[in-house]
Ligand binder design. Structure first.
Ligand code: SF4
Ligand code: SF4
Length: 518
């Protein structure tokens, strides 16, 4: 099959071997679960349990806010194991800006008692909307890191190509690689369920980077021995960021998704490997999303591993389980290029936690000194979005937030390719994040000011109307009557506010002065 190339990209040291040979192991049930009400892209959920209440594994503890639950940009949260609700309170949650957010805290009882599971038998014979609703109720979201609610991306609106993304191009992360090696049939079945929900998308593709030969072979073998047919398994060249949605679509289909366009406009939808497995578990096992595979890696732990972890497990417990080293200094959530450092390892694993990289103090090099930009253009050549990183840098630095928008800063996926190749060691992505945050704040302020102005104008108008009504009542002459008697309505409609007011007052005075008809 012909493959295409996207612009830019970089060859990075993958650091994959640290954990890629470690089979998935079930992590222990922790004593406490910390379950944030927002673990996805969209609207936070609302708790439906109270303090002191006993809950079972798989029980919904926080529901989406709104009426039509399965159409909302949200996903319910389930208890990951059985226990008692200890508190509902604000805790630190994993986020680049170090946010706190409301969480449900559960003291676990170690029994792992489940609610009655309700798998969907013979999903092929069921209405796709019913299966989609089931996936929504299971709280499945994109597990590749974005957390987009899966049911929203499974609306069957002219989708003809479903791509399952097994690129896993970011350094250090190996959870998808292990899933493809160990659970290939779960992944394929989940993908086939999604195809059914999408109304039988004509084309189904599973894409794997060529640095994961074992995963590729496992999927190939599973596809040969299953009744599920019609899937293309495609090996793509290893190049960061080939796992980005636009980049992978370009590689596989040669289609360039333009700025402000969505892949669905081209009849294409993409889901991650572990998301496919979560769909399989939800539909065929009746198991909502209560756990996921997390890669624990880096030189800050003795035994890097891929662990199946209950959502809500404090990260510190996973680091201990992997042999935390005494001089562990920094923990990064996500991959080596786009991950972010955490302010504490007491934060919980959430739906989007795919990897924790533990760094020892000795291995953290101080950032190389930033030198002036030499306008070499290397950043531009490396940008997979065809942006002009150098210009973005200049304008962000100069705080010219109008210009950064003109140069499409919001198309930047913060992949870090430009900073990776920059010979002047400029922290380019930091500048872009800063500029984006500033623009968002300015827009927010403008929006607030606009709303305040509209409120003020509305109050003014209402006050004016009330005043007119009062005056009309006082004169005991209806305004409409006066105006239509003295000034023709079409003329009145043409007048501006102040002229109209004057005309009405004159009309009322004239009416008052007029002698009564005999
Ligand atoms: S790579 Fe660095 S030095 Fe070269 S043009 Fe871009 S920002 Fe400037
Ligand atoms: S971080 Fe942004 S500007 Fe830099 S290469 Fe990636 S997409 Fe382009």
């Amino acid at each position: 099959m012909q493959l295409w190339k996207f612009n830019g990209g970089v060859h990075v040291d993958g650091h994959k071997r640290i954990s890629s040979e470690q089979a998935i192991v079930q992590a222990k049930i922790p004593k406490l679960l910390i379950l944030p009400l927002l673990q996805h892209l969209g609207v936070p959920t609302e708790p439906i349990v109270s303090i002191g209440e006993r809950v079972l594994a798989g029980q919904v503890i926080a529901r989406c806010r709104g009426e039509n639950q399965d159409s909302l940009m949200s996903a319910p949260i389930h208890a990951s194991t059985s226990g008692t609700v200890l508190a509902i309170e604000a805790r630190e949650v994993p986020h680049p800006s170090g946010l706190t957010a409301m969480c449900i805290i559960i003291e676990t009882d170690g029994k792992d008692e489940w609610i009655a599971r309700q798998p969907l038998e013979h999903y092929q014979q069921l209405d796709p909307n019913l299966v989609r609703r089931h996936i929504a109720q299971a709280g499945v979201v994109g597990l590749g890191g974005a957390g987009f609610p899966t049911h929203i991306k499974l609306k069957p609106q002219g989708i003809n190509t479903l791509i399952i993304n097994g690129a896993e191009c970011e350094p250090y992360i190996t959870c998808d690689d292990r899933l493809m090696q160990e659970r290939p049939l779960d992944v394929i079945t989940g993908a086939e369920i999604m195809r059914h929900v999408l109304g039988g998308a004509k084309r189904g593709i599973i894409a794997v980077e060529d640095n994961k030969p074992e995963a590729y072979e496992a999927l190939q073998d599973a596809l040969e021995h299953t009744a599920i047919q019609g899937w293309e398994l495609i090996k793509i060249p290893t190049l960061y960021p080939s796992g980005g949605a636009r980049q992978l679509i370009r590689i596989l289909l040669g289609i360039e998704i333009g700025r402000s366009q969505q892949s669905s406009e081209f009849g294409i939808v993409m889901h991650n490997i572990e998301t496919a497995r979560a769909v399989y578990r939800a539909v065929q096992r009746g198991r909502p999303l209560v756990s996921r595979v997390v890669t624990i890696t880096g030189d800050g732990v003795e035994r890097p591993q891929n662990l199946e972890v209950l959502l809500g497990t404090p990260m510190s417990e996973l680091l201990e389980a992997c042999g935390r080293k005494a001089d562990l200094e920094r923990v990064v959530m996500g991959g080596g290029m786009m991950g972010f450092a955490l302010s504490s390892d007491e934060m919980p694993v959430i739906k989007t936690t795919n990897c924790l990289i533990a760094h020892r103090a000795a291995s953290i090099e101080p950032p190389a000194p930033a030198l002036p930009c030499i306008r070499c253009g290397a950043c531009e050549l490396s940008c997979p979005l065809n942006l002009l990183p150098q210009q973005l840098y200049w304008y962000a630095r100069a705080k010219d937030f109008k210009k950064v928008q003109e140069y499409n800063i919001f198309d930047c996926i913060e992949c870090g390719c430009c900073a990776y190749v920059c010979p002047s060691n400029l922290p380019l992505v930091d500048y872009y994040r800063y500029a984006k945050a500033e623009v968002r704040e300015i827009n927010q302020e403008n929006k607030k000011a606009e709303q305040a102005k509209r409120r003020y104008e509305f109050h003014q108008l209402r006050a004016e109307r009330e005043k007119q009504a009062r005056e009309a009542r006082h004169q005991q002459v209806p305004v409409a009557e006066v105006s239509s008697e003295v000034v023709a309505p079409e003329v009145l409609a043409e007048m501006d506010e102040s002229a109209r007011k004057k005309a009405l007052i004159q009309a009322m005075l004239a009416k008052k002065a007029k002698p009564p008809e005999s």
